[in-house]
Design a protein around this ligand. Structure first.
Ligand code: SF4
Length: 427
């Protein structure tokens, strides 16, 4: 009989680090891992973006990591070397996001090292099962360690059929150029490829406050009051998808992970333990709207025409994410956005519009175009930050992320980070 993978779900009503420490310590014990927590330990959190005003719920909270670090270091005096490694969203410098996320206090308290992956010493791993990536270059600490811990934040994400949990965390192993490469209809294959490099020994998930319903960066947090722990990321994500009322069979990267032998998508193959039944959690989440729709179905002033290919992980999804930034952070503007028509992908047919924006390098209109104003944004796909900037410059639309402090982070501090890498020979 096939051995069942275990996922532990524990109640944690608030971000009390002592309570989190106790829960994680008990979880490590239940998985028989307590004695393995030693040597070089790498923790990979989710810090895709952190900002007190516009992205307060996008990242693993420092209080959660405080409890996790407490559990990992409990009673062990200087026997471990702990690093916390991450690469934030494309076009943002990780050091700034570590600071905005409040991780520097953890650095002082636990004497850990914060490793921005783009500035670190790298290792390149050739993949055996990769369909998109033949090799992956990431921080040495991700592939060369004694114990790898993933600390994701449970979130919804419209780019990948609704779920960001343990497996999707692997996108943060990639440097910007490779991260955006094939970030289109191939995104699910990319994510599945990365499991060959990023397969944690232990997962502890911050689901005390989950975030959902809009853009993965700007959406609002909602108290769920649980911590999940597992050793198999597929089993972990299957339980997370059921928590969010998603069918794991419909999440393509999970289906690919199963096909490649990383784990089963059936709940029958998973033993769920802990002190809160899955059904009780699902009752709390049953009416939550994850916002997972096609971009041309969104009901707002901007009309979107979706051509082929439809790229949920590319231009279509990223534009939907751009729209959701208004819903999340400027709801008064959401229904009153200027009346642009946006075409994404190859569209067969005529288009008549007052103001027309075409998004995506491959996008074109195979028919007659009648428009007073016509603009194009290139990229396959364009980055979130490009859409924010170029929609301002080309259409005069001010996105909630168009803020002075974020512009300084995304351009000035990114340049500083590039200089550091250049000087150290780590580009
Ligand atoms: S440019 Fe075309 S293929 Fe690339 S992400 Fe956009 S729509 Fe998809």
């Amino acid at each position: 009989m096939r051995k069942k993978e275990k996922v532990i779900v524990r109640r944690a009503l608030d971000y009390n680090p002592e309570n989190i420490k106790k829960i994680v310590r008990e979880g490590l014990g239940e998985f028989g891992l307590s004695s393995k927590v030693k040597g070089r330990i790498t923790i990979k959190p989710n810090v895709v973006m952190a900002h007190h005003k516009v992205a307060p719920s996008a990242f693993t909270r420092p209080e959660f990591l405080n409890g996790l670090l407490g559990a990992l270091t409990d009673g062990k005096k200087d026997t471990q070397k702990i690093v916390l490694a991450e690469k934030t969203g494309a076009g943002l410098p990780t050091t700034r996001m570590f600071r905005r996320a409040g991780y520097y206090n953890l650095k002082k308290k636990y004497r850990i090292k914060l490793v921005p992956i783009e500035e670190s010493r790298k290792r390149t791993i050739r993949l055996q099962k990769g369909e998109v990536h033949e090799e992956v270059t990431t921080a040495r600490e991700i592939v060369d360690n004694d114990f790898l811990v993933y600390a994701p934040k449970l979130k919804s994400n419209v780019l990948c059929q609704g779920l960001t949990a343990a497996i999707k965390l692997n996108m943060g192993l990639l440097l910007d150029r490779k991260r955006l490469w094939n970030h289109n209809f191939n995104l699910d294959k990319k994510i599945a490829d990365l499991l060959e490099v990023g397969f944690p020994d232990f997962i502890a998930t911050d689901a005390i406050e989950i975030s959902l319903g809009g853009n993965q960066l700007t959406q609002h947090g909602r108290r769920l009051g649980i911590i999940l722990m597992a050793t198999n990321p597929v089993a972990h994500d299957v339980v997370c998808s059921h928590i969010l009322h998603l069918d794991p069979e419909h999440i393509q990267y999970l289906r690919l992970a199963q096909e490649r032998g990383y784990g089963s998508l059936s709940l029958d193959d998973i033993e769920i333990k802990g002190d809160i039944p899955l059904e009780e959690i699902r009752q709390k989440t049953k009416n939550l709207d994850l916002g997972v729709v096609r971009v041309d179905e969104v009901n707002c002033n901007i009309r979107t025409i979706a051509g082929e290919p439809y790229c949920p992980g590319g231009c279509h999804g990223i534009f939907l994410d751009w729209l959701y930034m208004f819903k999340d952070r400027k709801p008064e503007l959401w229904k009153n956005l200027p009346a642009w028509t946006v075409v994404i992908g190859k569209h067969s047919g005529d288009v008549s519009a007052s103001k027309l924006m075409v998004i995506g390098t491959c996008s074109e209109i195979q028919g007659k175009v009648r428009a007073r104003k016509k603009r194009k944004i290139r990229g396959c796909p364009p980055r979130h930050k490009d859409l924010v900037l170029l929609f301002f410059l080309k259409a005069g639309i001010l996105n909630p992320l168009f803020r002075f402090d974020i512009i300084i982070d995304a351009y000035f501090f990114l340049f500083i980070s590039w200089c550091k890498r250049f000087i150290k020979g780590r580009l």
